[in-house]
Design a protein around this ligand. Structure first.
Ligand SMILES: C[S@@+](CC[C@H](N)C(=O)[O-])C[C@H]1O[C@@H](n2cnc3c(N)ncnc32)[C@H](O)[C@@H]1O
Length: 294
């Protein structure tokens, strides 16, 4: 979520009616040079007005080259969304830059969120030298490439089931010159867990909509007999961030207790990454796990 100074409404003041401006969501995503507009729930605003708004924004934000309107929520296994073109160049492909890394993506064909930028760097900064990392849901490779750039990890296995995301990941690995430290793998993370059994010092699970379904697979990949780490993402409802975090914490503990090879564990850190809707929060929990040998 990029906060345009004073909000997107400041750019539209005097050009659209107050009612029309109120229909457009104040926060927008900017991915590379593509700006994504959304409307607030239940708003009725014509396509013509949205196009007018888009042309005004394009004029006032010279680094933006494409304006799209998000017509569906992020959905499905690939976690993608649909758009309507509003103004500027007619494309959905762009290069997004963060922390000195560059990521090609097609905003319609692969998941990408600029809002996770801080979270990706937070994880990358924790990785120690020679670690073996598994990123189960890697998208176009942002977490994995940041880890390769900002740590001395030995290898980052980087899995995604979406063939389009995988191809962008391969391209992004070359673009960012991470050599063979990032290994892109295409397919279901659950199917790779037996191949990577007992290998990982650290497993990333950035698929909050289905994380519990893959928790056992993540544990399978951890090295036994040492405190290995899972970065676990979850969506939780809560009247406050604290309530959501407590719920996520309790649920994760309950699930971990049921996994046979988990001998001991400790949730060593948790925080809300972002709000995802009224009273809904994306939470991350870093959990250290001591696993039995068999
Ligand atoms: C929320 S996105 C996160 C992408 C990336 N980590 C990021 O932050 O940009 C989740 C990703 O998981 C992938 N995915 C969904 N189910 C999967 C599975 N069973 N195995 C591997 N990848 C999967 C989707 O294709 C999607 O790219």
């Amino acid at each position: 979520m990029i906060h345009v100074k004073g909000g997107i409404s400041t750019l539209l003041k005097g050009e659209l009616s107050d009612e029309e401006i109120a229909s457009i969501s104040r926060s927008v995503d900017i991915i590379g040079d593509i700006l994504i507009l959304k409307t607030i729930k239940g708003a009725t605003i014509s396509e013509q007005t949205l196009k007018k708004a888009a042309r005004i924004i394009l004029d006032k934000m010279p680094y933006v080259k494409v304006i799209l309107y998000q017509t569906t929520p992020v959905d499905g296994i690939y976690r993608v969304r649909k758009f309507k073109w509003l103004a500027g160049e007619k494309r959905t492909v762009t290069i997004h830059r963060e922390y000195g890394c560059s990521f090609y993506t097609d905003v319609e064909k692969a998941y990408f969120s600029p809002r996770l930028s801080f979270e990706r760097k937070r994880i990358a900064d924790q990785v120690s030298a020679m670690e073996i990392v598994v990123n189960m849901f890697a998208g176009v490779g942002c977490y994995s490439i940041l880890i390769a750039k900002f740590s001395k990890a030995a290898v980052i296995y980087s899995i995604d089931i979406n063939p389009e995301a995988y191809l962008y990941m391969v391209r992004n690995c070359k673009l960012n010159k991470v050599g063979d430290r990032v290994i892109p793998l295409m397919g279901d993370a659950a199917c790779f867990s037996s191949k990577l059994r007992d290998e990982a010092d650290r497993v990333l699970m950035p698929l909050p909509s289905m994380a519990y379904d893959f928790l056992e697979n993540a544990v399978e990949m951890l090295k036994p007999s040492k405190r290995a780490i899972i970065h676990f993402y979850d969506f939780q409802y809560g009247k406050s961030k604290e309530e959501a975090l407590e719920k996520a914490h309790a649920k994760l503990e309950e699930h971990l207790r049921r996994i046979k090879r988990v001998k001991d564990f400790e949730i060593v850190f948790k925080r809300v990454v972002r709000g995802t809707g009224p009273h809904w929060w994306q939470c991350v929990l870093d959990v250290e796990i001591l696993k039995c040998l068999n």
